[in-house]
Design a protein around this ligand. Structure first.
Ligand code: AMP
Ligand code: MG
Length: 404
């Protein structure tokens, strides 16, 4: 696949997804530790949720047909939440609270605000219909139904739903173990002084954050010297510990681009000049059976290629169910006079202009300008060979959607 042609993003993705099998290793974790994990088994509803009909309001449970104009209903019982109710005495009402079980025999609940109380009982001031203010047994989850399928990423609401079914231990897929290797002799870690010719290693930290959000376990995070031997050693070490290796830099065609060279030596290299901007050079290969995704070096390119290629790869390996990205279609508030032959991912955000939501772009879209991504809340897509004028409708993907 190497060559001078530009490769469409979709072609590169299809190639590497076909070489990234889903993990099968599972473990069981406490519900409290399940956030962002991937369900390893279908979760079927073991019993109705809620388990019984209950009141949606504070008020009075009664039987509609007992109501007669001008005749108060005596209050025969009081049902606090958490206590099983006695059957309703016919011709009476029961004081009831939000979440209290409906007593057998009652068929509706009247809000306390719609009732006048007296020594004789309650007089209902509003019309009453059967079933009103009753939350039905099983209305949230009905016994035997599929609540959450295998592959679901557990968000806070899924944690709550599992709890509502009484699940305390959750079968999840093992966390994908990822190694980060950054290359470049010019790189220094933050906290140290910069010497001449040096810059701080930013990709290492961008990737750490991205992988954490993606629910991966970073098992190794190192910078690698720009030599063939050091790169080979680092890749081999990483391959022993990780399910996926992500590198940054060193995948161009210069003689200091050793990631490319080592993957080439290992006989399994796909090197693309991707038809996307930023993020042209991208490598994919394998070391000792572990897939290696070689991202470019420029900080904004790292972010874009991770989101557009790394995330689909990770989701597939993690066994996540995922629905197609939809993005949002919004008018641009910016202009690009000469469209690129590459599809451009513009660091952008939504802004209100004259009451209209539109996409604003950061002023400097250089692949070396990471501040563009901090200013932005997502990526706007400018198709290949397309110029943009204000008002043209583009697709905008939020960073949240790209990482979901
Ligand atoms: P390369 O692909 O190795 O030629 O890197 C391309 C550009 O990205 C060069 O300007 C590098 O200095 C820069 N770069 C590579 N890796 C990093 C990194 N980890 N942090 C910041 N800049 C980097
Ligand atoms: Mg380099």
């Amino acid at each position: 696949m190497a060559g001078h042609e530009l490769t469409p993003l979709e072609d590169a993705l299809a190639h590497l997804l076909a070489r990234a099998p889903t993990m099968t290793e599972t473990e069981t974790v406490n519900l409290t530790d399940s956030l962002n994990r991937i369900l390893a088994e279908d979760q079927t509803v073991p019993a109705d949720v809620p388990p019984a009909d209950n009141s949606a309001v504070d008020g009075y449970a009664l039987r509609c047909r007992d109501l007669q104009p001008g005749k108060p209903l005596p209050v025969s019982a009081r049902i606090p939440a958490g206590e099983p109710p006695q059957p309703l005495t016919p011709g009476t009402a029961a004081r009831i609270f939000t979440g209290s079980e409906i007593p057998p025999g009652a068929d509706s609940v009247v809000m306390q605000e719609r009732v006048e109380t007296s020594d004789a009982g309650i007089s209902v001031l509003a019309e009453v219909t059967e079933g009103q203010n009753i939350r039905r047994r099983g209305q949230d989850l009905a016994v035997g139904n599929l609540a959450l399928p295998r592959g679901t990423r557990i968000r806070p609401q899924e944690m709550g739903l599992l709890a509502s079914m009484g699940v305390a231990r959750v079968p999840v897929l093992a966390k994908l173990r990822v190694a980060i290797l950054t290359t470049g002799d010019e790189l220094v870690d933050p906290g140290k002084p910069l010497g001449p010719g040096q810059i701080y290693n930013t990709n290492r930290f961008t990737l750490l954050g991205l992988l954490e959000l993606a629910g991966c376990e970073v098992v190794l995070c190192e910078s690698v010297e720009d030599t063939r031997q050091a790169t080979r050693n680092a890749l081999q070490q990483a391959a022993d510990r990780a399910d996926l290796i992500i590198t940054s830099g060193g995948v161009s065609v210069g003689e200091e681009d050793h990631v490319r060279a080592v993957l080439e030596d290992s006989g399994d290299l796909s090197l693309w000049r991707l038809a996307i901007k930023p993020g042209k050079p991208l490598a994919f290969g394998e070391i000792g059976g572990t897939p290696v995704l070689g991202l470019p070096g420029n900080p904004a390119s790292v972010l874009v290629t991770f989101l557009m290629i790394g995330m689909p790869l990770i989701r597939k390996r993690q066994g996540r169910l995922h629905t197609e990205l939809t993005g949002e279609r919004l008018p641009a508030a910016f202009q690009i006079d000469t469209g690129s032959i590459r599809r451009e991912f513009v660091r952008a955000r939504k802004e209100l202009r004259d009451g209209q939501v539109c996409i604003a772009a950061y002023s400097n879209q250089s692949s070396g300008v990471l501040n563009s991504a901090c200013w932005a809340s997502g990526l706007a897509v400018v198709p290949e060979n397309t110029s943009v004028k204000p008002g043209d409708v583009l697709t905008f993907y939020s960073f949240d959607e790209l990482l979901a």
